[in-house]
Design a protein around this ligand. Structure first.
Ligand code: GTP
Ligand code: SPV
Ligand code: MN
Length: 603
């Protein structure tokens, strides 16, 4: 073996043998100019944000303290599902919904891509912990990256650096997550503002709990603690260990009687999790506090209840549509600064703007670095532009948001974006029926992933792009967990749709803060205090069953949003059958029974 000396490699701040060996191996393969262990300090943030400003990647905002604007390469704007792989040893364990490649074949391809890929750049080693640092079993990872943008984003999104590395000791297990932009720099070559590579791979090795990402610098492709670790790898861990890793927000709802309830909700990407998590109720006396907006890890407690923890430390939220009317709490959080904004527009006085944030200014710099005026044909901000901001700064974070034991969940909401068919809210009969609702969830595609938007697809539990194993086994896991606890201790499952439309395409339900009316009804159902109609698809409220006091919407629209339409549902059945046929023989018998019963009830 040749001993390669790369500056920085010799002073590692750990004695963790496996970590040291991996860092050495990656450095020798990728050939960076130097190796830097990220410590998570303010000094490091200042140094790296300055480096990004000098490189032209960041523009400091004059109107928000310690905050920066970035615009990505126009080809690198969202998750790339086509290039995302679950490389299980057996193809069957990746299943019909994921891309698969044999792990050794994928590693052979990617090893060649990684060879020399960090030349001219710095390789950062970022120790991080998903979830609270004081967890009984802290969930550790290390991301190696050649992107300063990723390091500073990880400062916000994860608990990282020295405080995480302390938990590694000499042999704690951790998930190695290798990331490269795939853009080596030759001596004297000028760097791109947003380096990346046309060839992209986002690969997961569930058995060995490893992540290899190449070619993208954006969001879930590059911040590997998020979807790659906390959903795809964690869902495989959760299957093996009897818990759930889900694409869910966590909120605390307090009633006028001062009783607190915790609710988790799974909606597909860009379908309203952040907004519901930070909701400002329009009904008097009710209060919402936030624990998380994207990911929930849920385990059964000794009391038989399901407890949720948010593994993240920040919000990576959809920017367009966010303003003081729709999501004032997000606006207040970012107003405090210490935030990153990617692919939104820049105002002439050094602030950010995006579609939906009130009247547009007369002139902007668009996310494509072009002059923009209200007459421009293109959007000023990419539809998947995002803000990245610390949860710590959110005024309505629940005091217990970092409790390592989590919070006991009373209700789970599944929801999607459907113009027709799905009523505003439906209560399931029991856990198995709720699992059926989740497993057959459908939604129109959004800009959060590359591809056509507005196409209805099945997105089970809002996890289609994130299940790290066979979707049929995942459904079975949900069914099995429901048998682990007493029925009355399990969360009640509801199916919601804020996005049903009238004939002229307008939304029938006003949404946002008004969604508190649906939360209230759900809680009253748990308490046995609210009425509902039994329909073939579950319990649906009538307009009279909801608190509509002071709601600015027509009675007809509300009734249309709540309508159960048997014809629409009969038309839905073949789509569900097609979906189950795609999953194949692994669809649990209980879910097949649910479908057969639904069909029969629909007549
Ligand atoms: P990811 O971060 O991609 O997982 O998405 P998310 O589920 O957190 O989505 P988010 O809350 O950011 O919402 C995305 C879009 O849906 C935004 O443009 C919102 O304005 C819009 N939206 C959210 N809630 C509602 C609602 O109740 N009604 C309507 N009509 N739109 C909503
Ligand atoms: C999503 O797409 O569901 C997101 C954004 O939350 S990303 O981190 O890019 O996955
Ligand atoms: Mn998400």
């Amino acid at each position: 073996m040749t001993a390669v000396t790369i500056p920085g490699l010799e002073h590692a701040p750990t004695n963790h043998a496996r970590l040291l060996a991996w860092v050495q191996e990656v450095a020798e393969l990728t050939c960076p100019d130097e190796v830097v262990w990220a410590d998570g300090s303010q000094g490091e943030w200042d140094r790296l944000t300055k480096k990004l400003v000098d490189a032209g990647t960041f523009v400091p905002l004059k109107k928000k303290p310690n905050s920066f604007w970035a615009a990505s390469d126009p080809t690198d704007v969202a998750r790339v599902e086509e290039r995302t792989y679950i490389c299980s040893v057996r193809e069957e364990d990746s299943g019909p919904t994921n891309n698969w490649m044999d792990p050794s074949e994928m590693k052979a391809i990617m090893t060649e891509l990684y060879r020399g890929c960090m030349r001219g750049r710095t390789m950062y080693v970022i120790p991080f912990c998903m979830g609270p640092l004081d967890a009984e079993k802290p969930m550790l990872g290390v991301e190696i990256t050649d992107s300063e943008y990723v390091v500073v984003s990880m400062h916000i999104m994860t608990r990282m650096g020295t405080k995480a590395l302390k938990l590694f000791g000499e042999d704690a297990p951790f998930v190695p997550a290798l990331h490269s932009l795939g853009a080596p720099l030759e001596p004297g070559q000028e760097d791109a503002q947003w380096p990346c590579n046309d060839t992209k791979y986002i690969s997961h090795f569930p058995e060995t709990r490893e992540i290899w990402s190449f070619g993208s610098g954006y969001g879930g492709n590059a911040l590997l603690g998020k979807k790659c670790y906390s959903l795809r790898i964690a869902s495989a861990m959760a299957r093996d260990e009897g818990w759930l890793a889900e694409h869910m927000l966590i909120l605390k709802l307090t009633s006028p009687e001062n009783k607190a309830y915790y609710i988790a909700a799974a909606f597909p990407s860009a379908c309203g999790k952040t907004n519901l998590a930070m909701l400002e109720p329009s009904i008097p006396g009710w209060k919402v506090e936030t624990l998380g907006d994207d990911i929930a890890w849920m385990r059964f407690g000794e009391d038989g209840r399901l407890y949720a923890v948010n593994p993240e430390n920040g919000f990576f939220g959809v920017a367009p549509g966010t303003d003081y009317h729709t999501n004032p709490n997000a606006m207040r959080t970012i107003a405090k600064g210490n935030s990153l904004f990617t692919n939104v527009a820049l105002t002439d006085d050094g602030d950010i703007w995006w579609e939906g944030m009130g009247e547009p200014p007369a002139h902007l710099t668009s996310w494509k670095h072009q002059d923009w005026t209200p007459d421009s044909e293109e959007l000023s901000s990419h539809p998947n532009s995002r803000y990245c901001t610390p949860i710590e700064q959110c005024d309505i974070k629940a005091p217990e948001w970092e409790d390592p034991n989590g919070v006991p969940i009373s209700a789970i909401f599944f929801g999607g974006r459907r113009a027709t068919t799905i009523p505003l809210v439906t209560e399931s009969r029991d856990w198995q029926h709720g699992t059926f609702m989740g497993a057959t969830l459908s939604s129109e595609t959004t800009a959060a992933a590359v591809g056509k938007t507005g196409v209805v697809r099945r997105d089970p539990m809002a996890m289609l792009p994130f299940i790290g194993y066979n979707a049929g086994d995942y459904f079975q896991h949900w069914v099995d967990l429901g048998k682990r606890a007493d029925a009355d201790k399990l969360p009640k499952i509801f199916y919601v749709n804020w996005f049903r439309r009238g004939d002229d395409k307008r939304f029938l339900w006003p949404g946002f803060g008004e969604n508190s009316r649906v939360l209230k009804w759900a809680i009253e159902r748990l308490e046995g205090k609210a009425a509902a109609q039994e329909t073939p698809i579950g319990y649906v409220p009538t307009a009279a069953d909801l608190d509509l006091e002071g709601l600015d919407a027509s009675r007809e629209d509300i009734e249309a949003s709540l309508a159960f339409d048997a014809d629409e549902w009969r038309a839905e059945i073949p789509l569900v059958e097609e979906w189950f046929a795609k999953i194949g023989e692994k669809v649990p018998t209980t879910l097949r029974d649910e479908l057969a019963n639904l069909k029969q009830r629909l007549g």
